[in-house]
Design a protein around this ligand. Sequence first.
Ligand SMILES: Cc1cc2nc3c(=O)[nH]c(=O)nc-3n(C[C@H](O)[C@H](O)[C@H](O)COP(=O)(O)OP(=O)(O)OC[C@H]3O[C@@H](n4cnc5c(N)ncnc54)[C@H](O)[C@@H]3O)c2cc1C
Length: 384
Amino acid sequence: MAHMVIIGGGFAGVWAAAGAALARGKRQLRITLIAPNDRLVLRPRLYEPEPDRATVELRRILVPIGVDHLRATVTTIDTDRRVVIADGRQEIGYDRLVLAAGSRLVAPEDLPGARRLFDIDTLDGARRLTDHLRDRESYTAVVVGAGFVGLEAATALAARGRVVLVDRSDVVGDQLGAGPREQIEAALDRLGIECRLGTTVTEVGDGFAVLSDGTKVEADAVVWCVGLRASELTRQVSGELDGLGRVPVDHQLRALPEVFVAGDTAAAAFDAEHTVMQACQHATPLGKVAGYNAAADLLDLPLRDFTPGPYVTCLDLGGAGAIFTRGWDRRVMASGADGAYIKRRINQRIHPPVDDAAQILAASDQVYLELPFLPRDEPATPEA
Ligand SMILES: Cc1cc2nc3c(=O)[nH]c(=O)nc-3n(C[C@H](O)[C@H](O)[C@H](O)COP(=O)(O)OP(=O)(O)OC[C@H]3O[C@@H](n4cnc5c(N)ncnc54)[C@H](O)[C@@H]3O)c2cc1C
């Protein structure tokens, strides 16, 4: 029987498994998902105060749809021999492979005191930070990076303590563009977050951080939120990675004749001007299409093109609500309580269906999440 292997148990890997099971139907095809963890981690929710609630047991998705889970870490992909090596010793052959090993934050190892850094990139990282601050009446947290993740971390941490937000750029949300900036700045002001722009952290000590302008800042926790890179496994599939370490793929998400790539490891075209973001919003449909196509290719079925839905963002700003934007210029469509309502709905919708094969397969056939909850098409809060 032909064998399809998926590397990764995040949004892309899980949805690739469901997409493959959908294409398989009642035909013969063995599908194996390899991931070291037994849970899907809903990474977009790791800024929440109880990160353990942001997980879903993989077996509740994979067992109903007949996909095997090998609990292991892939160390080698040998595309000539069509095998992957798990945990450095177990060889697993494949007829088609989906690489969906995701991304990780790369903290600077040469930063003095780097081992003291916290993050909210992984479940373990988010747990460590939560446990460290849990029983304190108050604290000072230094958050490094005023991008999407850093802003969510900073505004969540501001609920119980003092927050200093540090960024090399002279503006907050530099990569989010000018669209939402005024509203982000207003939210940070409202929450009393101190911004140290045009600077970074150069040393982390016991209870303090040193900034590049020489200032020493009190810090019970320094939370590193910059520098996302695709899994190192991408190097074993392509010699032409993009700036984020991702593998270029065609419009059917194929990188090599037998290898498809999805999620944060894939540099797929969004449109003529843009490449997909390292975002669950794109990892989910990429996974569905890559998994479907890898199986369809083995079963002589027509392949699907990856045609993304509208690009949106929803940035949680803690006590100041959230900002929902549309388009690549990130026009603000809703903010404050309206935005927070949309963020709650999105955080519910990213939880895949469980225990019911029909629901899981139907969701994998619906490549894009519909957004019926958008309150209106015109900006809710006029831009100044
Ligand atoms: C705090 C935070 C907030 C975010 N907010 C948003 C948001 O609001 N909206 C949005 O769209 N996106 C958001 N994102 C980004 C989003 O979480 C990622 O884009 C998404 O998780 C990518 O999914 P993925 O499956 O490609 O990779 P990942 O989630 O990284 O999953 C990768 C999987 O592969 C496994 N794996 C890795 N290496 C190996 C290996 N060698 N062998 C086997 N398995 C391996 C991992 O264990 C994991 O199961 C946020 C991320 C963070 C951290």
